[in-house]
Design a binder for this molecule. Structure first.
Ligand SMILES: [Mg+2]
Length: 260
């Protein structure tokens, strides 16, 4: 008799991994709504191939979202998941009933508390630079349950280059003076993350808990963005969609390997 097979868990980013924003990929004939804006408009769609992959994963694996979306934005995703979910860049761990995990919440309150004044300060720096340059952009401190989590800046006309310049000139010097903080940009999202707020930190906690329940598990990380790479690296295997930020990096590395 062979031993029971370990369960397979897929820890998956959502946006541009399981579905795509309408802006990045025009909805084709097989598109189905995947996420809504606050006003109820469809903002993201899945295509037939994305849904086939999702169905395949759901059949044989347990799918755990690992998303930068806030709890509120996560609830506007139209896919349903039956287990836990890591949301808000790892700041919040939801259980299978959609309730906040109390142990992780207590941990994050300790981690994030000291960073709150610095997040406010940096947000004001970004907003002042936006105003001084006349950029059609905004910067905001994102909160969960009254606790400051991270700073996000977006350009209203999706000018990612202007956002990158803003990040380089404002966040660059600030980060050099504040160890542990880091910034991340993917397209029209510029984020400043405090120490300890990390998808990979939340996944490390969840992996340890899942192993205490299930024993050995098979873990697969799935994501499209540089900010997904660290949590994917905690897993036994990694997957990334082609044509994405991380997919391009993989392709670049491959080309350099060939050239070398
Ligand atoms: Mg993504």
């Amino acid at each position: 008799m062979s031993a029971a097979r370990p369960p397979v868990f897929v820890f998956s980013d959502l946006d541009n991994t399981l579905f795509s924003s309408a802006r990045k990929r025009a909805p084709g004939e097989d598109a189905q709504p995947a996420a809504l804006l606050r006003n109820g408009d469809v903002v993201s769609y899945s295509n037939g191939r994305q849904r086939a992959l999702l169905d395949w994963l759901a059949r044989d694996a347990r799918l755990v979202p690992v998303t930068a979306r806030s709890v509120e934005a996560y609830r506007r995703v139209l896919l349903s998941f039956s287990g836990p979910a890591i949301v808000g860049f790892g700041g919040v761990l939801l259980d299978a009933d959609g309730q906040e995990d109390a142990e992780w919440a207590a941990h994050m309150a300790q981690v994030l508390g000291p960073a709150a004044p610095l997040l406010e300060e940096t947000c004001q720096l970004l907003q002042a630079a936006i105003d001084a340059r006349g950029l059609n952009a905004w910067a905001r401190v994102m909160h969960e349950g009254g606790l400051a989590q991270y700073v996000v800046a977006k350009h209203r006309e999706h000018d990612a280059d202007a956002l990158r310049q803003l990040g380089d000139e404002v966040l660059g010097p600030w980060l050099a003076a504040h160890a542990g903080f880091r910034s991340h940009q993917n397209a029209n999202n510029l984020a400043l993350l405090p120490p300890g707020l990390d998808k990979s930190a939340a996944l490390a906690f969840l992996l340890s808990r899942l192993r205490s329940v299930h024993g050995e598990i098979v873990s697969i990380g799935f994501g499209d963005s540089y900010s997904d790479a660290d949590f994917m690296a905690l897993c036994d295997y990694g997957m990334t969609p082609g044509g994405t930020q991380l997919g391009h990096r993989l392709a670049g590395q491959k080309e350099r390997t060939h050239a070398g």
